[in-house]
Design a protein around this ligand. Structure first.
Ligand code: SAM
Length: 231
């Protein structure tokens, strides 16, 4: 494995994409047990947003949307929301398309309000102040941590004043966590983290006010820092 100057393999993105392309169905089944915390933090953001009055035609961005269930679907459940959902994995985006844009009439209506974008989130580009909220669950953790810092900065620019970022991160400081096999035999995987204090500092330095943050153990006993930041 060829490493860059840091402990991050040079082909980290290609390898992550290749793995999710293979294990997406298995991951999506495995992660069902993690759903409650994602739903709790999505609901928290909806509460924050509605506290300042009803939002007309909100624009939401989801980074690393996976197969779109349950979060992208929840975002689309706002009758006027326009949702941009991104993932690096071709398989995940195809599954999201199937899950969210099936033949049913309700889904056909959603298709006008959903943009699915395949690709590395760090290569996305949007006009400043495009979104009311950005959701990133278990996805920023796959970026090398220097890229996490840059990504948080971009998200800050893409959000409207008063908009929200909700995301989770590992709570401990680890430049590179690599597993040769994660959920299956062919799923090399990579994660990275600045740790709790530094992550919160990065979020604040990007111009967010941290309005909620907590280290929570999920249903498989992994600890994550959950953060809601307000622009
Ligand atoms: C652990 S899964 C989380 C999926 C979904 N957010 C959820 O909570 O179930 C991580 C997702 O992020 C995607 N991902 C990883 N690196 C990415 C990147 N650089 N850009 C966009 N998506 C990425 C993966 O393909 C995968 O679908």
């Amino acid at each position: 494995m060829k490493m860059s100057r840091t402990n991050v393999p040079e082909d980290v993105k290609e390898r992550i994409k290749a793995s999710y392309d293979i294990i997406a169905p298995k991951y999506n089944e495995w992660t069902v047990k993690h759903i409650p915390l994602r739903q709790e933090y999505t609901a928290k953001v909806f509460e924050f947003i509605s506290a300042s009055g009803p939002l007309q035609q909100p624009r939401f961005l989801e980074l690393g949307c996976g197969a779109g269930l349950p979060i992208t679907k929840k975002l689309l459940s706002h009758p006027e929301a326009h949702v941009t959902a991104n993932d690096i994995s071709t398989t995940q985006i195809e599954l999201a398309r199937k899950n969210l844009l099936g033949a049913a009439e309700e889904n056909a209506r959603s298709s006008e309000r959903l943009a699915l974008i395949e690709g590395d989130m760090t290569k996305l580009s949007f006009t400043d102040q495009s979104f009311d909220a950005v959701f990133a669950f278990y996805s920023l953790i796959h970026l090398p941590r220097t890229e996490q810092t840059e990504m948080v900065g971009k998200i800050a620019r893409w959000l409207k004043p008063g908009g929200y970022l909700v995301a989770n991160f590992f709570d401990s400081d680890k430049e590179a966590v690599v597993m040769e096999k994660w959920l299956d035999k062919n799923d090399w995987m990579f994660w990275s983290s600045w740790g709790k204090e530094e992550t919160l500092k990065i979020i604040e330095e990007a111009g967010f006010q941290v309005v909620a943050s907590d280290v929570r153990k999920d249903e498989v006993n992994s600890s994550f820092l959950w953060v809601v930041g307000k622009r």
